[in-house]
Design a protein around this ligand. Sequence first.
Ligand code: AMP
Length: 576
Amino acid sequence: METTTSVSFADLDIEPRVMQALNDVGYETPSPIQAETIPPLMAGRDVVGLAQTGTGKTAAFAIPVLSKIAGGGKKPRALVLAPTRELALQVAEAFGKYAAHLPDIRVLPIYGGQSYGVQLSGLRRGAQIVVGTPGRVIDHLDKGTLDISELDFLVLDEADEMLTMGFAEDVERILRDTPDSKQVALFSATMPKAIGRLAQKYLKSPVEITVKAKTQTAQNTTQRYLQVSHQRKLDALTRVLEVESFDAMIIFVRTKSATEELAEKLRSRGFSAVAINGDIVQAQRERTIASLRSGSLDILVATDVAARGLDVERISHVVNYDIPHDTESYVHRIGRTGRAGRSGNALLFITPRERHLLRSIEKATRQPITEIGLPSVDDVNAQRVAKFGESITENLGSDNIAMFRRLIENYAQENDVAMADIAAALALETRDGGFLLSPDPPASERSKGPDRPERKQRDGGTNFATYRIAVGKKDRVTPGAIVGAIANEGGLTRGDFGHISIRNDYSLVELPDDLGRETLTLLRGTKISNVPINITRDEGGPRGRSAARNGGGRGGPRDFGGRRGAQPRVAGRGRS
Ligand code: AMP
């Protein structure tokens, strides 16, 4: 069963510059909702799509909208209504990505909570695409600052959510106030009667699109999932790779570029991993698969397309690092394991926002997916110790041992050193003091004195660091406002927050130690009580001293620190 559609982006009449952007972001094929939605929207029809987040619905409307208004214009030509500011920002960001090669297109998010000033100057400068929450859009219409008289497109995203949140009247008013000639695309995760009525009243014989879930899963494959925030996925994956006993594994990601990036990150952590994607020439792909089959390679990082039809018996594990677009892809992906009557293992990474998709996969596959926790520091360390022992045992059987034994016996006699000390010194050649994960700051870090900011670890295994934000009591901020704004803008969850201390001029917030640069960039623009928070890592100590940390900079979970690549090579386990 093929899961990804047989339609290609090239079949969809997409504006060449939009196509170029899709190439840049690494999308290989349209997701099912895109394959079904883009053609009618390109043909000028209204559309009602039953689709949830994660199906690729944003691109399903953004691609045709951009293709059709690529030339720009002065007034807004497309308005997207979204229920929350978080979604509005996300959609605006997606439009920005797909419009990267359209110099005449400006995208403006407008939502409650942001000052009018920024929005007004954005509107004055001219935005062809406005993405907003209904309340704020109405405010601008009332003030006369948003002109929707030349709108070609109106998109209602997560329409059911908007109605649940009490925006029904606002949405109807906007539908009424926009030109009759506009095209409407309505997306909703569910189809309550109210949505049906809305569609009937305001849409012109819409094409109805539902992405069907027709699925079946192999009985001999165990399915599990791990809930993890977006920025901790890599940490979680490396832990899984260390503790799981596997023959060969395929890790699925969404985009071509993600295959390369993830494979590279895994290699730099000592795992041998190779990427395959639709850009890789056939000969190279075949060589990679031959290595996987023969056992000289154990980890493949792939896109759906690249893994199509892959049949390698020794694939014992499939990891869905990025959740697939639909249940069919899920079934297809996990069908790469459990081949030839062997038992298989499927592990799905899920961010809190994606939890609803888990239920739809379970429903469609009619099989439960069991939750597992992040492998603990103790589990990881037990594996490292066990593998250390195994490598000693293996080397004891080597032909060359006699020569080294002689050299070492001589050394021990001449220097009067115990054999255990010599063995330990030799172990240090390939493994350093960071060999075992430590929940506490490593000794080397503690010994550098009190200036060093404390790194804390809590029950969930999160390493916290302290960040300073430039709002405090004087701005009347509350912990709730801080969590709300940072979680919203940075895509964090409640579990990502440690202690919050509100001082007069500033506040200290504990957040994950390994917040990505991307997250920090997002947060830098965040405002609370209209004050930019200017987030920085707290300098540590009572007053602004050095925040230099062991190893410096970012580069992945420091838990796996020590010498990169010096950990036992996990990928070899399971081979004889
Ligand atoms: P959405 O359902 O719009 O929230 O999209 C979910 C995720 O899928 C986003 O991270 C998109 O960047 C990604 N995505 C959308 N379309 C594609 C595609 N055709 N191929 C790969 N990834 C995609």
